[in-house]
Write a protein that binds this ligand. Sequence first.
Ligand SMILES: C[S@@+](CC[C@H](N)C(=O)[O-])C[C@H]1O[C@@H](n2cnc3c(N)ncnc32)[C@H](O)[C@@H]1O
Length: 272
Amino acid sequence: MSLLYRLKVRVLKTPRGNLWWRKRSARHGAPVGAYADLADYVRRYAPGNSFVDIGCMWGVNGEFSFIAEEAGASAVKGVDVFGPTPEFEAKRQERKSAVEFVLGDCIQPETIARIGPADVVLCAGVLYHLPAPYDLLVALRQICRKTLILRTSTIPEIAGLPNAAVFFPMLTAEHRKLWNLSSLGLLHQEGISNAFNPEQGYGNWFWGLTPSALRSMVETAGFRVEQVATEAFAQTLICTPVDTVFHHDLPNATQAQKLAAEISASGIARPA
Ligand SMILES: C[S@@+](CC[C@H](N)C(=O)[O-])C[C@H]1O[C@@H](n2cnc3c(N)ncnc32)[C@H](O)[C@@H]1O
């Protein structure tokens, strides 16, 4: 990784550098995002639609689900691998809310089946916590009928290396320092503030995707990106599901044998 890129990341991690970057992006006409905008996205897309928030609990206790319900969503579910928290239960009672909590790992087929299809899917702060982020996007594609609101942490683009990404686990303490965002107010990044901790599962930070890598993955999973709100270390994407172009059909045993014979006969399969 070039010295120049490291310098760029270090500058963007300072509050001043970050603010400068936001102003510069805005001047160049790029919509600039913020975590605080999520509630507005939910209010815009939820009315009259079924809504699900994937990863609804940590620090927010299902708040986006309640916002969706209040905004007039027809049915609302919140999904997470832990919970519901007492705060979630209290809000549910207080509001006489019908928000349904689904405990489950959203990339598992049985969880996807329990969630069922939803018009609007919110998934914020989850993608970089999964070792296989593409699987999460495929799960979101299976669930989403109309609109995906996707927000995730990213790393700054690497000039001349589109679609690049950094895998955080097993980096040395020295190399992890670059990705530590405490200077921007993040209290703790499991697996970055400290060494990768297998016992913390999805709590770890796994991937630092560049915006281009994120977009390519989202499109490959079967979404059209309609809007992007950019930040130096995060992206918010509004997406529409489209026909999935990527799939791999598994042949049955007979077809597989026939295919194998054809491949052998053609002589195209050579050790790479
Ligand atoms: C960083 S928090 C984000 C919380 C909230 N969405 C927000 O943006 O403030 C990530 C949340 O996703 C949940 N999560 C992580 N992996 C998940 C998975 N595979 N299935 C469902 N929830 C998951 C975590 O338990 C946690 O509540």
